[in-house]
Design a protein around this ligand. Structure first.
Ligand code: SF4
Length: 366
């Protein structure tokens, strides 16, 4: 058993989905998350057992609405989608072939997707092709995660675009920035998976565009509207995080030999491990809490509670944390600001800035 398997223990591994992989890019500096995801640990079950369940998951109403919108976009062999692709990509798409990969048995879908993509990449004709429900694979810490996106890959002239269909509304040309950012991170996972598939097949991976087509309902009506979203930044973060996960050995090396996050499931599948013991085990890994965790990671309430107890600057957000580089807690920052605490080596500059800020604050209040 390798060390990652030992960290998970007897709890069955949790397969990664695109949402989980996308969330890796949301907090690339967190060793705790990298370890838990690398070991395939069910963070949701862990958080529940610790008494810190996170309220993730869509309501049944939102799921129904999302399914209805997706069906509308894909109706009649993706006719509506094709109209939008012509507009947004400014391409003279005369006609397209439509392949619904879902019609193939589940175990064959990945092989079938590869064969279709390979054929399209070799095709010298300028014909378009839409692939519905392709099954993509991405290697995460030595395991292949299969991604079943509600997504369409569109190919024209040997260039591929990922199309992501989301049910959040675009109102007067504006959408919720957090929802767009999450969709961009998720689409970046598909771009990366498709690029790796092309590379394995001997084609240029850059034939998959970094501009993804995001399709959303417009102005509360169900009329779909498409926008191009550049996901290069999300791709860079994701690749960095995945390469870091394949190098998890370094993170594991620093952990105590006996450390495990095993939930010790009983015969009924429910955890039997004392929650306090599990919490202690988790605290031996380094977390990098940020308020963004609240929308991306199942352990968010546990890590927020830990950061609160430590009075960590992390609670104030990434920008403040980065600006206070080298100052771990709010108490330390306040001590440096009012001069009651002497700066440690390397803290002289931040201490000088904090004292200036404190002096200005006092002058303003006076
Ligand atoms: S919630 Fe905790 S484990 Fe998850 S990314 Fe944030 S700090 Fe890391």
């Amino acid at each position: 058993m390798n060390r990652l398997d030992a960290l998970r223990g007897t709890t069955p591994p949790k397969p990664h989905d695109a949402r989980a992989i996308a969330a890796l890019a949301a907090n690339p500096g967190c060793a705790r998350r990298a370890l838990l995801d690398g070991a395939g640990i069910d963070k949701d079950a862990t958080a529940r057992h610790l008494g810190f369940p996170a309220p993730f998951g869509q309501s049944p109403f939102a799921i129904t609405r999302g399914n209805a919108f997706e069906a509308l976009v894909k109706a009649d062999g993706c006719a509506e989608l094709l109209r939008m692709l012509r507009e947004v990509l400014e391409l003279p798409v005369a006609e397209v072939a439509y392949h619904d990969v879902e019609n193939v048995g589940a175990h064959l879908r990945h092989t079938h997707t590869r064969a279709l993509i390979d054929r399209a990449a070799r095709d010298e004709h300028d014909s378009g092709t839409i692939y519905d429900h392709p099954l993509l694979g991405l290697e995460i810490a030595g395991h292949t995660a299969y991604l079943e996106p509600d997504v369409v890959a569109f190919q024209l002239g040997g260039r591929f675009h990922i199309v992501e269909i989301k049910s959040f509304a675009v109102i007067d040309g504006q959408a919720d920035p957090a929802a767009v950012a999450a969709a961009a991170r998720q689409a970046a996972v598909y771009v990366l998976a498709l690029r790796r598939m092309l590379r394995e097949l001997g084609h240029d991976p850059l034939r998959v565009a970094h501009d993804v087509v995001l399709v959303c309902p417009e102005n509360f009506a169900n009329r779909p509207v498409a926008t191009l979203v550049d996901v290069r930044r999300q791709l860079a973060v994701l690749e960095r995080q995945l390469s870091r996960m394949t190098g998890l050995d370094r993170l594991v090396e620093g952990l105590p030999e006996e450390l495990t996050f095993d939930l010790l499931p009983g015969e009924d599948g429910l955890p039997t491990r004392p929650a306090a013991e599990l919490a202690d085990a988790l605290r031996r890994t380094t977390a990098r809490y940020a308020p963004d965790c609240l929308s991306t990671c199942d352990l968010c309430f546990f890590c927020r509670d830990e950061a609160r107890q430590e009075g960590a600057c992390d609670l104030l957000g990434r920008q403040v944390r980065d600006e206070l580089g080298g100052v771990a807690s709010a108490e330390e920052a306040l001590g440096l600001a009012d001069g009651s605490r002497a700066p440690a080596e390397g803290q002289e500059e931040i201490a000088r800035l904090l004292r200036t800020a404190e002096r200005l604050r006092r002058e303003c209040l006076a």
